[in-house]
Ligand binder design. Structure first.
Ligand code: ADP
Ligand code: MG
Length: 224
């Protein structure tokens, strides 16, 4: 579950403000976030992940208030509990695909890299259709393949919160639905919460609910 309340956020530079009275997404719920470019969708995900912190208000994930924690604590919490599929993937070019997928396990004590984890990584890579790419580096992969690596890395720890920033944006229609189904399966298996930014109208009926930024944060768009 995620709950944002009474949020006020702005970047150190620029006019942009994000004001959210309340946004709650329950465990097991799959929510699509839509809205025009520049309306703050990525900012919302970064606040939900604790990558950004609001000036005012609170962000809690699974009952843990992350907005009041220090940087290092938020980072550890994020790596262990939140699967973030970044718009630009955030893969490390100097690591091969296998090591990219396992990376979260190497940077926090909160996740333990066991044989079982390695097995699950292999199964996920197979389901995503990238099992034959594990020895390669991100630079040798297509856009759509890199995206699927980013999804594998995000889902491997079985996160309670999945944040997806246009995670199906670069995929062909067949892969798109297949990968959405894998995201949904992970949500069901772990009773997780999914917040997915998408521009894809066709995918909206698959979600439980749609948050439209143009409606949801009217003030943000008008006070610019
Ligand atoms: P969206 O994902 O909906 O396209 P963003 O959340 O990325 O929108 O951005 C919302 C607004 O905040 C935009 O006006 C953008 O230019 C601005 N913005 C994003 N990142 C920064 C930053 N690091 N510093 C200053 N302004 C930023
Ligand atoms: Mg964005």
């Amino acid at each position: 579950m995620i709950k944002l309340s009474d949020i006020n956020f702005g970047y150190p530079t620029g006019e942009f403000r994000l004001v959210i009275d309340e946004l709650t997404v329950r465990a097991g719920e799959k929510v699509a976030v839509i809205g025009p470019s520049g309306s703050g969708k990525t900012t919302l995900l970064n606040l939900a992940a604790g990558i950004l912190t609001p000036f005012k208000g609170s962000v809690s994930v699974g009952g843990v208030e992350i907005s009041s924690r220090r940087d290092k604590s938020r980072r550890n919490f994020r790596i262990a509990n939140i699967g973030f599929i970044f718009q630009d993937f955030g893969l490390l070019d100097y690591l091969n695909i296998q090591d990219n997928i396992l990376h979260p396990y190497r940077i926090t004590y909160a996740l333990k890299l066991t044989g079982d984890v390695r097995n699950r990584a292999k199964i996920l890579a197979e389901q995503m259709g990238i099992a034959d790419k594990l020895d390669r580096h991100p630079t040798d992969l297509s856009h759509g393949e890199r995206q699927r690596v980013a999804i594998c890395r995000a889902l491997l720890p079985g996160p309670k919160l999945i944040l997806a920033d246009e995670a199906t944006g670069n995929l062909d229609p067949k892969n798109k639905v297949r990968i959405l189904e894998l995201l949904f399966r992970s949500v069901e298996k772990h009773d997780a919460t999914l917040l997915a930014v998408t521009h894809d109208q066709e995918l909206l009926p698959y979600f439980n609910r749609v948050v439209d930024f143009q409606v949801f944060c009217k003030e943000n768009l008008n006070d610019g």
